[in-house]
Design a protein around this ligand. Structure first.
Ligand SMILES: Cc1ncc(COP(=O)(O)O)c(C=O)c1O
Length: 399
């Protein structure tokens, strides 16, 4: 058994990031400045988007995108139940109604499920690229297009992911990324909106900084002037140069990070392939999986322990694990406010008690991954339920 605790996730921050942050601190540009602009340009080039607006979280990115699309009271926004609360909370912040729909066995919200949820009040659809793999976006885009409904992608997990040969970042009307501590790349806290829509980009930029008619930082630079106008009551969502210092170097490392995540995922896929009790996350055609998460389905019916006991057994072996996610419809606020019932979400209800996210991040060594594999196999083999076929084999073997 390993001696030190292996957390389920950790960021990788290199010396270049540290030096760049120190440089920002020494330069005096500690808030939004030239490094944010540099990071936005680099991210735009990376995903191939015309516009990028750096903000201080993916939650802020989603909120401003929906606000810029004019979403407000009386409007409905379709979201999947298997996501982080931020995807739906931002809809509530705007006084609109999140319409929560079930996911499929592959973890994603299908176009069919979206279609059933569309009403004359639907004003946006937020598909989530759960775990770092794109959902079946094409079908959703076609459906949304036929109704004239904008798609705002929740790409919190999907920086660097590809779909139909293109980086996630330009398929939907607006795409929202997270650079939270343990995401595919990090700025500590941070986010980005990407879009090819000129007018929308302008409105998102305006709303992300108080609704002011020009960037605050330009007011104090040599090229700037002191004058600005508030055109709308916007938000205080700007990214700082300290955050962008991290982002510039994390973006350079992103493809390498993803490659390492994919290597570890392959080790897990192989190691668990002979265990019917463990179902590895699905890899869907036409897209790359960045493995922000490695959510297994634990077939606890085949085991003599529950999901919680499994996580506890991992912890006893000094290995962290987590669950992504408690479905939205189960949270008291959403259940009580909208009266959601478990029966409306049969697939998520089947998935949720089985989900366990195993440690997977670029900082992990092969030895760390082998420790995870060893612990999972040991728990499964020790606590395997004797199936009737195995029992028959035992009896036939004279045991
Ligand atoms: C699917 C999803 N959407 C949105 C968010 C919000 O991201 P942030 O923490 O950058 O606001 C998260 C964060 O974990 C997430 O997992």
């Amino acid at each position: 058994m390993r001696n030190s605790f292996l957390p389920y996730s950790l960021p990788f921050v290199g010396e270049e990031e540290i030096a760049e942050v120190v440089d920002s601190l020494r330069s005096g540009w500690v808030t939004t400045g030239p490094k944010v602009k540099h990071f936005e340009d680099a991210f735009a080039a990376y995903v191939g988007a015309r516009h990028t607006i750096a903000v201080n979280s993916c939650t802020a990115a989603l909120h401003t995108s929906l606000a810029a699309l004019g979403i407000g009271p009386g409007d409905e926004v379709i979201v999947p139940t298997l996501t982080f609360c931020a995807t739906a909370n931002v809809v509530i912040h705007l006084g609109a109604t999140p319409v929560i729909v079930d996911v499929d066995q592959d973890f994603y919200m299908s176009a069919e499920a979206v279609c059933r949820a569309i009403t004359p009040r639907t004003r946006a659809i937020i598909p989530v690229h759960y775990a770092g793999q794109a959902c079946s976006l094409r079908e959703i885009l076609v459906l949304a297009g036929s109704h004239g409904i904008p798609v705002v992608e929740d790409a919190a997990h999907a920086a660097g992911a590809e779909y139909e040969g293109r980086k996630i970042g330009t398929h939907g009307r607006a795409v929202c990324f997270s650079f939270y501590a343990i995401k595919n790349m990090t700025t500590g806290e941070g986010g980005m909106v990407t879009t090819n829509d000129d007018a929308l980009a302008e409105r998102i930029r305006l709303l992300s900084l108080h609704g002011m008619s020009r960037d605050a930082w330009k007011r104090y630079s040599e090229a700037g002037s002191w004058y600005y106008e508030v055109l709308e009551p916007g938000y205080k969502y700007n990214m700082t140069d300290i955050q962008a210092s991290l982002g510039i170097h994390q973006l350079r490392r992103l493809d390498g990070f993803i490659e390492r995540r994919q290597q570890i995922a392959r080790m897990y896929d192989e190691a668990f392939s002979d265990l019917p009790e463990i179902v590895s996350p699905p890899r869907l055609p036409g897209r790359t999986h960045t493995y922000h998460l490695y959510p297994i389905r634990l077939r606890s019916g085949l085991l003599q322990l529950s999901r919680s006991e499994f996580i506890e057994e991992l912890r006893r072996r000094h290995i962290g694990a987590s669950v992504h996610f408690i479905p939205l419809h189960r949270h008291p606020f959403y259940r009580n406010r909208f009266g959601y019932k478990a029966e409306q979400f049969p697939v998520a209800e089947e998935l949720y008690p089985e989900l366990v996210s195993l440690p997977l991040y670029p900082k992990m060594s092969d030895k760390d991954a082998e420790d995870v594999i060893g612990a999972v196999r040991e728990i499964v083999l020790n606590r395997r339920r004797i199936t009737s076929r195995a029992r028959v084999a035992q009896i036939e073997g004279g045991m």
